[in-house]
Design a protein around this ligand. Structure first.
Ligand code: 5GP
Ligand code: MN
Length: 340
């Protein structure tokens, strides 16, 4: 953050404010960790803060400190309307466009409050009075640390914030393995551990939560794997019936797409998951190296994200969606044929 933005933020926070902190739809570890972390910090600074999410989040993230204080718009619609209408400031974290909050987006668009954006996704929209966007960052949680650092407020880094930010960084970096993980990230992590993040416990809480149903669903996903060697691409499908047969719960398919990408010689992977409730197919894309799944998802599947991790959706049936996907690939044959 440059000094002008730091001063703008200091000005906005000079007097006590009513602040709402918002994350994206289907909140992940980074959305939750960064929002809860900044909320704890702003509360310590004397502000009145409420964290809001568009909808519920998976149970493997429900142990995060203070996550039970979150209002989700799906379940607490009236309360969310009320806090947003009362807010002086709305901090939006871990997303780059208000439509990433689903139905909550319209409410946000009409809010009278000033917005502050903290985010690491590409092509941020211009709705905030202060936009702290850095696409080189591994996670929004790391940005919250730098935000506190820039405001010379690291003394507020307690065990709760350390745990919240550690969780965000860990989940968005695939446990510190993706290329955006830097030496600075590791220094930040070291500081978070020094301030009370219990690294072993956090890994266990997030990753050692398999149920028999989830492991069997993974088995189905892997048996549905299609490998398109010509395009260095692999994809997985899961139908609504397959999900139902395994008592699917939010978060159960998290990380499945990475198995498709983990094969040698595969540069792009996708998972297509049917959702009868929303009448869409939800898609996750991953890549290794230069191929931008952000561009691919934006161009063809009404989505976006990062160069190596993006998402999107399709309104057509599962079979048609995957056949459309396959029919697009020849255009990208050369772009996909590199050694990662
Ligand atoms: P995931 O595949 O884990 O759901 O998401 C991967 C990345 O893509 C995340 O950074 C997420 O914010 C972004 N993303 C996922 N779905 C969408 C979408 O529908 N639209 C946009 N713009 N980004 C998405
Ligand atoms: Mn993120």
């Amino acid at each position: 953050m440059n000094s002008e933005k730091i001063n703008q933020i200091k000005n906005l926070l000079k007097t006590q404010k009513k602040i709402v902190v918002v994350g994206h739809k289907n909140p992940d570890g980074d959305a939750l960790g960064s929002c809860l972390g900044i909320a704890n910090y702003l509360q310590q600074k004397g502000h009145i803060v409420q964290v809001v999410m568009p909808n519920d989040f998976p149970s493997f993230l429900k142990w995060i400190p203070e996550s039970n204080s979150i209002l989700n718009f799906n379940q607490h619609t009236a309360e969310v309307r009320e806090v947003i209408s009362q807010a002086d400031l709305i901090f939006t974290l871990d997303f780059n466009a208000l439509n990433r909050t689903g139905d909550l987006g319209t409410l946000l668009e009409n809010a009278k409050a000033d917005f502050v954006m903290i985010d690491h996704h590409q092509q941020p929209d211009d709705y905030a009075v202060v936009t702290y966007s850095d696409v080189s960052m591994c996670s929004t949680a790391e940005m919250v640390f730098h935000f506190m650092e820039a405001l010379e407020d690291l003394e507020f880094l307690n065990a709760e914030i350390s745990t919240q930010l550690y969780t965000g960084i860990m989940t968005d970096t695939g446990s510190f393995r993706f290329p955006a993980t830097t030496a600075t990230t590791h220094r930040v992590i070291a500081t978070l551990i020094e301030n009370g993040a219990n690294n072993a416990a956090i890994h266990q809480n997030v990753y050692d939560t398999n149920t028999p149903d989830r492991l069997k669903l993974l088995g189905v996903a892997l048996s549905n794997l299609t490998i398109l060697t010509e395009f260095k691409t692999a994809f997985i499908t899961l139908s609504q019936k397959e999900l139902d047969d395994h008592n699917f719960k939010k978060g159960d398919t998290e990380g499945f797409v990475n198995y498709a990408l983990s094969m040698e010689g595969i540069n792009m992977a996708a998972i297509f998951i049917e959702s009868e409730k929303d009448n869409i197919v939800k898609i996750s894309f991953r890549s290794k190296g230069e191929f931008s799944v952000n561009e691919f998802a934006r161009t063809h599947f009404n989505g976006g994200g990062h160069t190596n991790a993006a998402g999107g959706k399709s309104d057509t049936a599962l079979i048609k969606t995957t056949s459309d996907f396959i029919s697009i690939l020849p255009t990208y044959k050369e772009a996909l044929n590199y050694v990662a």
